[in-house]
Design a protein around this ligand. Structure first.
Ligand code: BG6
Length: 485
């Protein structure tokens, strides 16, 4: 399937970190895979630069973020011909005529991608409107985090809704575009095997981890005002939880899927008052060793305030108050400068009620279904089998489904899929307004309490699995985090 031609993708924040690391490389891959027809990519920037400087900046970014084997000269030249640079101060609502002059006239398939801080989303929409650049089929993609709490997110929703209808708005969460997340839906809803087990009768608990080995890198200006709760938990982690916990949608259609996700968010047990310190752990990285190299503590990173209370780690015990999940805790955690980069959803099934085999450590007896989203994507079911030889000794074994291994193909980046979906008007993997607000509604009391009490995040050594309190969070329930599953 190809994108309807001619398309126009306007990247606001077009030379920012996200555009350089993810959006432009993803568009390059879409072209390389033959999925782009005629069309242009406009990158807006505040800086004045010549066409040559702009093209060189993009080329350097692609060299950094695309493995050399995929960056062919012919493909790059074709890609460079699509690129246009537009100098624009996004907060100047009257300046958007400059953009208008660069764009095609007529009725192109046009997507405006807001890859800036969300405080600019309203001025950009106002500017587009003032220059008559919004048509009934124009689309707008909004990056997360949208707002910094419930109120600001609902203000942004309302302001953007003045200019775009809900069907034109694509709120992106790139975790939903990851191959294994799609596969989780297929495994759950295309096999009868799992559905009968997917509830509190058979599942003991579920762990969802997004760990990063990197620190804040060059993003302190953004991150120090945001922190892990707003950057990762409110969106990526809660979305993974929704896909894991939702009821089967009646159809694979955007509203049917989103209705089910909203129901999960509405059923989340609020964490308020004393429960916040009992169920949520907040951490900040200290100096340590990452990838064999000494690394500084968060507060010594360039651009971070010396007394910053911003969290770089969050873990929480989340409960869902409904029939399917009553009594099944979901342990969620995310952090920077952890022991390794990984993202996993691990479904821990209950132990067998009675063992007829020689005594085993109980963890080896309980089945686990592991969805690994990165770095190596795949699905593993841990079962028990007989150890070959005399006696009846039992050992765990893995049944493995690994997309990269059996297809021998490149696993596409999440942004490739989502950019393609936005350009072809498929909103299924994007968030609806009510989903966004429900997620904020749930995290707001936690954020407010941290702010009001000026709660200090617990330090943890870089290169470890986070603060001791995170281990304790599970230990209190007689459980352990999966660290090497
Ligand atoms: C982004 C966050 O949404 O996701 C970053 O803003 C984080 O802080 C990134 O590093 C992680 O994405 P991925 O796909 O590399 O796991």
């Amino acid at each position: 399937m190809q994108i309807q031609a001619p398309f126009e993708l306007v990247l606001f924040g077009g030379l920012g970190d996200l555009a350089q690391r993810k959006l432009l490389p993803s568009m390059y891959f879409l072209q390389r895979d033959g999925r782009l027809t005629e069309g242009c990519i406009y990158c807006t920037t505040r800086h004045s630069m010549t066409e040559e400087e702009f093209i060189e900046t993009v080329r350097t970014a692609l060299r950094q973020h695309i493995p050399a084997e995929y960056l062919e000269e012919e493909q790059w030249e074709a890609f460079a011909r699509r690129l246009k640079c537009v100098e624009l101060d996004l907060s100047d609502v009257k300046a958007y005529n400059t953009l208008k002059k660069s764009l095609l006239s007529g009725n192109p398939n046009r997507v405006y991608y807001l890859a800036t801080g969300s405080s600019l989303y309203t001025p950009v929409c106002e500017g587009l409107h003032a220059s008559d650049l919004i048509q009934s089929h124009s689309k707008v993609v909004m990056e997360k985090p949208i707002g910094h709490d419930y109120e600001s997110a609902s203000d942004i929703n309302a302001a953007v809704a003045e200019y775009f209808s809900e069907s034109q708005i694509y709120r992106i969460d790139h975790y939903l575009g990851k191959e294994t997340v799609q596969n989780l839906m297929v495994l759950r809803f295309a096999n009868s095997l799992f559905e009968s087990q997917w509830n509190q009768n058979y599942i003991d608990h579920i762990q969802i981890t997004i760990s990063e080995a990197l620190g804040v890198e060059k993003r302190a200006g953004f991150y120090d005002h945001v922190g892990a709760m707003r950057d990762m938990f409110q969106n990526h982690l809660l979305q993974l939880l929704c896909i894991t916990a939702m009821e089967p949608p009646a159809k694979l259609e955007s509203d049917a899927v989103r209705d089910e996700k909203v129901k999960v968010l509405r059923a989340l047990k609020p964490i308020i008052g004393d429960a916040i310190t009992e169920k949520v752990v907040r951490g900040q990285y200290d100096a340590g060793v990452s990838d064999g190299q000494p690394v500084p503590r968060y507060r010594d990173e360039p651009g971070v305030e010396a007394k910053s209370l911003t969290e770089t780690f969050v873990a929480a015990k989340v409960e869902i108050d409904n029939w399917r999940w009553a009594g099944v805790p979901f342990y969620l955690r995310t952090g920077k400068r952890l022991a390794e980069r990984a993202c996993e959803i691990v479904v821990h099934f209950k132990e067998i009620p009675h063992s007829i085999f020689p005594l085993q450590h109980k963890n080896t007896m309980a089945n686990k279904l592991v969805f690994r989203l990165q770095p190596d994507e795949g699905v593993r079911l841990m079962l028990c089998e007989k150890r070959v030889g005399p006696g009846m000794s039992v050992r765990p074994m893995n049944l493995s489904l690994n997309p990269a291994n059996h297809k021998q193909t490149r696993v596409p980046e999440a942004y490739e899929r989502l950019l393609f979906d936005a350009l072809t008007s498929n909103p299924t993997l994007f968030l609806r307004d009510d989903e966004l607000l429900e997620a904020w509604r749930w995290v707001d009391p936690i954020l407010k309490s941290w702010e009001e009490t000026e709660q200090r995040p617990e330090p943890y050594t870089s290169g470890t699995w986070g603060p001791a309190a995170a281990t304790l969070l599970l230990a209190k329930d007689g459980r352990l985090w999966d660290e090497n599953s």
